[in-house]
Design a protein around this ligand. Sequence first.
Ligand code: SAM
Length: 368
Amino acid sequence: MYIDPALDKQFSTERLSALEAQRMAEFIAWGPVLFQVSRLMLKWGIFEMISQSGAGMTITEVAEKAGISEYAAKVLMEASLCSGTLLADAENDRFTLSKTGWFLLNDRRTRININFNHDVNYEGLFRLEESLKEGKPAGLRHFGDWPTVYEGLSQLPEQVQESWFAFDHFYSDESFRQALEIVFARHPKNLLDVGGNTGRWALRCVDFDGQVEVTIMDLPQQLELMRRFTAGKNGAGRIHGYGGNLLDGSTAFPTDRHYDAIWMSQFLDCFAADEIVSILRRAASIMDGESRLYIMETFWDRQKFDTAAFCLTMTSLYFTAIANGNSKMYHSDEMRRLVEQAGLQVEMIHDGLGQGHSIMVCSKPCSM
Ligand SMILES: C[S@@+](CC[C@H](N)C(=O)[O-])C[C@H]1O[C@@H](n2cnc3c(N)ncnc32)[C@H](O)[C@@H]1O
């Protein structure tokens, strides 16, 4: 295709040349093919065998070692060559791994994202247009007839659950160590973990502090998974459950004790803006001047690297098509506004935890 040199002038603030931009546009056009090719190169161990080979491998050698036809090896490897995950030596027909191929093979986040996108999102994303128009997760239907993915989480096929939890845990687990220091600096006696899922954070809390009592508030079916997961683990006796659907505006926060810390990790991104305000108002109703609400989120505007912001804004579309049809990864200014609408104030924001989490520390103004 002829590329008019004037294009580079017209978009002079962009770093990409017109040729690079055109290649990027084709990457988007062929995105699904590229994705599936790279996924199979990983799944069938081809990237790995090429990486370990040292001198590189020919198509015939790969076909033999991977136990696939020469045709299969050829189409996958030629596509990988032209997409830049493999390099080829024209002298001896040997293929080696490129830097991008190295990341696909060795970067844990990339592997988790690939599995999450294939097992959880791939088929459902076909219904993105419908989901956006209806404000409902139309892509969830092929898994089951639930209004949101959370109601169906415990019934999803095993492989889908595995990829969902790996994705969810990867982002939160890495931040827990630093988060414990922040939350326990105020020595909470009773902590309410809203959307506590399988109890991973609760277990870390009871292990970190020998006195703290933790109540997990989540959907009733989720609490069953939590009880199974925490059973017999250190401090599990200090972990309690409180079931309820927070999308129902009449579901109140527990008042059985004074919760000096309320914890919401990767929880509010499961809700639309008006739902967040409703949930936060109910949280505020059980808070006093001594209570603190900790919102741990991956805000896309507070990332150190562009790639992280890219992953997060892409994740928003999982929420659209699969999770609930109306939530997203938030910009921190947007979350601050919602916190304030609920009558709370943001005291401070800790950034740079684990894989790019921030903790928004919120309190109740004295006048409330
Ligand atoms: C993305 S997970 C976050 C899990 C955990 N806090 C973490 O940081 O890994 C969201 C949690 O919110 C819960 N949740 C979603 N919708 C809910 C609702 N309507 N009412 C109560 N809990 C809900 C889900 O069951 C799930 O455990």
